[in-house]
Design a binder for this molecule. Structure first.
Ligand code: SF4
Length: 197
């Protein structure tokens, strides 16, 4: 997950037939560099992305909460789907302890809460516990978020928690330390528009 979060690369998620993230009333951000996706999505379905520079757009959803590119239960532009879709991994919500939060769309929550993690050992168990503590800290201390973090969704907050989890393995860092670590992490993300869902 860390590698995908930093690179904006695709996640290899065993989604099977699940389309929860396509049917969960979510806006899909599309960056100006995503020429493939932009060429395949009808312009009338795209709207300026709030709070982002010109050229950043969002793909909306219909009155059922479904992405309009979902046709007969499948993504009709799968090979050219936006980066937001390629990087999305609902397991981050589980890692952070957010999967059953009331702000998570019910379709995604229903699927995400079925994931179970196996830990290779005690250090892995401690690492995941640190992710949960980091996520709780970020949710409780919005002042720890630097301005460039924007107003993150729970998914993005979970991704940011993964980025700073090392600080929480055997310590309880303060707001200043977490904020500095988040700034450094955001600067490292090749494309910080990823994980914006
Ligand atoms: S573009 Fe495709 S993968 Fe992305 S939300 Fe829409 S249907 Fe799902």
């Amino acid at each position: 997950m860390r590698a995908a979060i930093r690179s904006g690369g695709a996640m290899d998620v065993p989604c099977g037939t699940c389309t929860a993230c396509c049917t969960g009333s979510q806006f899909v951000h599309v960056g100006p560099d995503e020429t493939d996706a932009l060429a395949d999505i009808p312009a009338e379905l795209l709207f300026p992305a709030p709070g982002l520079p010109d050229g950043h757009v969002v793909l909306g959803y219909d009155d059922r909460g479904h992405c309009p590119m979902l046709v007969d239960g499948r993504c009709s532009i799968y090979d050219h789907r936006p980066r937001t879709c390629r990087t999305y991994d609902c397991r981050v919500l589980v890692a952070a302890g957010f999967a059953d939060d009331e702000d998570v769309p019910v379709e995604i929550s229903r699927r995400a809460t079925r994931w179970r993690f196996d830990h290779r050992g005690e250090s892995a168990r401690m690492e995941q516990a640190a992710v949960e503590r980091a996520a709780t800290f970020l949710a409780d201390h919005p002042e720890a978020l630097p301005p460039e973090a924007g107003r993150p969704s729970l998914t993005r907050l979970a991704a940011l928690a993964i980025e700073v989890a090392d600080l929480f393995v055997d310590a309880q860092p303060d707001v200043v330390g977490v904020r500095a670590a988040l700034s450094a992490a955001l600067a490292q993300m090749r494309d910080s528009s990823a994980w914006r869902r």
